[in-house]
Ligand binder design. Structure first.
Ligand code: KIV
Ligand code: ZN
Length: 512
């Protein structure tokens, strides 16, 4: 057993399975690079066999990432496994993560297979995978609700076939910490070859206990890998939150006694990037990455922190990437200062062209907004993720009119396939009018399932960050736009969502 806790990030796979959180290949690649900067040990990049889009995303990540192991999920069948191996070909270190359900309920109702058939398929899949890639993870899906004797039989067999990591998912978030920890311990004690594999936990958050369960799996059960996601993104109520689990183990090293390789100062930038890309806003009181996580409002607390910081703080904000100096730049700031600030924020853009384009947008923003905060910069940089060379629509300009007693009206100019389009419409409000003006030309027919506005830095001078979620023919996409003018931010978000709607390939459900 090692003293290191392996951090397996599944934001790009389990996280992406959150309804509405699906990401394009370029967005996934961008987040994968941030995860590598964060020094996570394993990046689960996707589920290669689920769609051509996800295959390409896994392949692009496998080719680009050098310091983390890149993993693809795969059902326990030869076709899926071969597809995962193909997508991972370019990886410096590759892992195939194959799974099959083992609970009586899942086997009987979902798979319609007998336990013996599941046993054989699990064994045969790991054997097949092991011939393609050396690093194999096996998950008995719904493991926590499986019968212990059967689970022991399956796990012993897959370890004998060469599985190097055994992950025990609490797929439906049913576990409670002590019982889950004991469950893992029992499996490890009863399975004769259990020491030949690293044990891993994968907990969903349906009862709000994903982090507690994962930590119990580590402390009581002896697991040495935690599967987690940035901001706790994941199916339904989400998955175990990476930032919480990492900071718990680091802050309470006295209790856990484990090393974690993650470089925590990139956590806030990663959280911000995932939130912007998916449109899943982080609640202000969220541990570690929420806007209030290090804010002290009461006089007694403020007084205490000023006298001795550790009176009310158990972690340092700057250690997880919050900056002490909040007002950072203005319109006189130069490119070098901008670049330095990006570095301090843990953001590395991939090319000089990207830096130049972000700097141009920074200058444009600084002309309209006297104080530029870290949050503005992070929003501006994340905007890169919605701008790809192939995008069909682009924002140019907008004017709108609203007056008490009058019907709001908007006139917008945008590009469609490189040509300028001028369009006007009336609506219930200026935002509605602007989006109707776009739709009058585009005629996407998409249904808007979410519209949200968030003030990036908390005052009326702040930029508005708008998320628009569109649904069309079973596909759901998010568009995000930021601007000091929320009507413009809304139009940008809508155009960005339309771009994604055009480019996204169909996906199959990850668990079938
Ligand atoms: O929750 C789950 O069971 C999963 C498996 C595919 C590991 O995500
Ligand atoms: Zn899961």
């Amino acid at each position: 057993m090692t003293d290191k806790l392996i951090i397996f990030d599944t934001t790009l796979r389990d996280g992406e399975q959150s309804p509405g959180a699906s990401m394009t290949r370029d967005e996934k690649l961008r987040i994968a690079r941030q995860l590598e900067r964060l020094k996570v040990d394993v990046i689960e990049a996707g589920f290669a066999a689920s769609s051509n889009g996800d295959f390409e995303a896994v392949r692009a990540i496998a080719n680009a990432i050098k310091d983390s192991t890149v993993c693809s999920l795969s059902r326990a069948n030869d076709r899926d496994i071969a597809r995962a191996a193909e997508a991972l070909k370019g990886a410096e270190r590759a892992r195939i993560h194959t799974f099959i359900a083992t609970s009586p309920l899942h086997m009987e109702k979902k798979l319609r297979m007998t336990p013996d058939e599941v046993f054989e398929q699990a064994k045969q899949s790991v054997r097949f995978a092991r011939n393609l890639v050396g690093d194999i993870e096996f998950s008995p899906e719904d493991g926590y609700r499986s019968e212990v004797d059967f689970l022991c039989r399956v796990i012993e067999a897959v370890i004998a076939e060469g599985a190097t990591t055994i992950n025990v998912p609490d797929t439906v978030g049913y576990a409670v910490p002590e019982l889950y920890g004991e469950f893992i311990r029992t499996l490890r004690e009863r399975i004769p070859n259990s020491d030949k594999a690293i044990w891993s936990v994968h907990c969903h958050n349906d009862l709000g206990m994903a982090v507690a369960n994962s930590l119990a799996g580590v402390k009581i059960g002896g697991a040495r890998q935690v599967e987690c996601t940035i901001n706790g993104l994941g199916e339904r109520a989400g998955n175990c939150s990476l930032e919480e689990v990492v900071m718990a183990v680091k802050t309470r090293r006295d209790y856990f006694g484990l090393d974690v390789g993650v470089d925590a100062k990139h956590i806030v930038a990663a959280s911000r990037m995932v939130s912007q890309t998916t449109g899943f806003v982080v609640q202000p009181n969220k541990a570690v990455v929420g806007a209030n996580a290090f804010a002290h409002a009461s006089g007694i607390h403020q007084d205490g922190v000023l006298k001795a910081r550790d009176t009310y703080e158990i972690m340092r904000a700057e250690d997880v990437g919050w900056s002490a100096n909040k007002i950072v730049l203005g319109k006189l700031s130069g490119r070098n200062a901008f670049k330095q600030r990006l570095q301090d924020l843990g953001v590395a853009l991939d090319s000089e062209t990207e830096i130049n384009s972000a700097f141009a947008r920074f200058k444009e923003l600084a002309d309209r907004k006297s104080e530029i905060f870290d949050e503005d910069i992070l929003a501006l940089v994340s905007d890169e993720s919605v701008t790809s060379e192939n995008e069909q629509y682009g924002f140019v300009s907008l004017s709108q009119r609203s007056e008490t007693g009058e019907m709001p009206y908007a006139s917008i100019v945008f590009t469609a396939d490189g040509k300028e389009v001028h369009s006007q419409a009336e609506g219930n409000g200026p935002v509605d009018a602007s989006l109707k003006a776009i739709e009058a030309h585009v005629k996407s027919g998409a249904e808007m399932v979410l519209y949200s506005v968030n003030a990036i830095s908390g005052s009326t001078e702040s930029q508005g960050e708008v998320t628009v979620r569109l649904q069309n023919s079973g596909r759901v996409v998010n568009g995000v736009g930021a601007d000091p003018d929320i009507v413009v931010a809304s139009a940008k978000a809508y155009l960005s969502a339309l771009n994604k709607l055009q480019s996204k390939a169909d996906r199959v459900a990850a668990q079938g």
